[in-house]
Design a protein. Structure first.
Length: 288
């Protein structure tokens, strides 16, 4: 029997046509698929087709599939069927970060983790530090969809059901509020399972996806690992997004544990090869 026939069969879920700001999803997924074919039998599909096709595969790899807010019913049906049928999904569907919405930011903030202060109740607004502007964003948002900047004297209208620029009727429980932090730069830490792989940062706060390599110090990795450990995923790719506050402290922006973009094209060949090799080991571990 040919060796390829013995390779685990992976359904690679991606939306190659999705146009992300500052990123080319299709290029990253074409390259990653080509490399993973050395270890697996790979077939790609759109997120809308995953539930129908996944029964013929040993596992499902969810990659650059775009914000699920664009196909919420399809995604929920996929999760329900995968759980019911015992399908192995990478990342596993037990993630507590962005995979489950952004409520975790409220919970981590209340628990004293180093995150941008976050509340989701009008009565808790007093817990936020004073700021010229505040960020209001949907709990189920992604890719800055629905994000708004609001002055403090307008927060009551935004959260209380007043005129919200065509966004009437949103319950307070559907949004988060954070101070707009004048951060120095953003930095992302990339992990496979619990193993750190590389870090990239955006020196210009206004150019989120113009990234350069970042030499992570021990204190930086201690910060990032707090959230990796909190999330308790045994397998999977995670990206810890943080900002460097004016006082030098790192604060969590997001914990991407569903389909984080990896910016693989920005890595040197050695780092990229090591990351893909580690991902293949992780996938085999999940499938075994």
């Amino acid at each position: 029997m040919p060796a390829a026939a013995l390779s685990p069969r992976i359904l690679y879920v991606t939306d190659l046509a999705y146009e992300a700001r500052g990123r080319r999803y299709c290029d990253e997924d074409i390259m990653l698929c080509a490399r993973l074919r050395r270890d697996f039998t790979i077939a790609t599909c759109h997120p809308a087709d995953a539930a129908r096709l996944m029964g013929d595969f040993d596992g499902v790899l969810v990659r650059n599939s775009g914000p699920v807010t664009h196909y919420r019913e399809v995604y929920d049906a996929f999760r329900e069927r995968a759980s019911a049928d015992g399908v192995r999904v990478y990342n596993p569907l037990t993630g507590r970060g962005d995979m489950a919405g952004k409520q975790y930011l409220v919970e981590l903030s209340a628990a004293g983790f180093p995150v941008i202060p976050t509340v989701d109740r009008a009565e808790d607004l007093g817990r936020l530090p004073d700021a010229d502007e505040y960020v209001v964003k949907p709990k189920d948002g992604a890719d800055s969809i629905g994000l708004r900047f609001v002055p403090r004297d307008r927060l009551g209208d935004v959260l209380g059901g007043g005129d919200r620029g065509g966004d009437r009727g949103r319950a307070l429980g559907d949004v988060l509020v954070q101070p707009r932090v004048p951060f120095r730069y953003e930095v992302s830490f990339y992990f496979v399972d619990h193993d750190f792989q590389y870090a990239l940062h955006a020196p210009d706060p206004d150019r989120r996806w113009e990234l350069v390599p970042y030499e992570a110090k021990a204190v930086d990795l201690d910060f990032a690992r707090k959230f990796i450990d909190w999330n308790t995923l045994d397998h999977g790719i995670q990206r810890v997004d943080a900002c460097r506050a004016p006082d030098g402290e790192l604060l969590l922006v997001e914990l991407e544990d569903l389909n984080p973009f990896l910016s693989l094209e920005l890595l040197d060949e050695t780092t990229r090869d090591a990351f893909i090799a580690r991902t293949a080991v992780s996938l085999r571990g999940l499938l075994s």
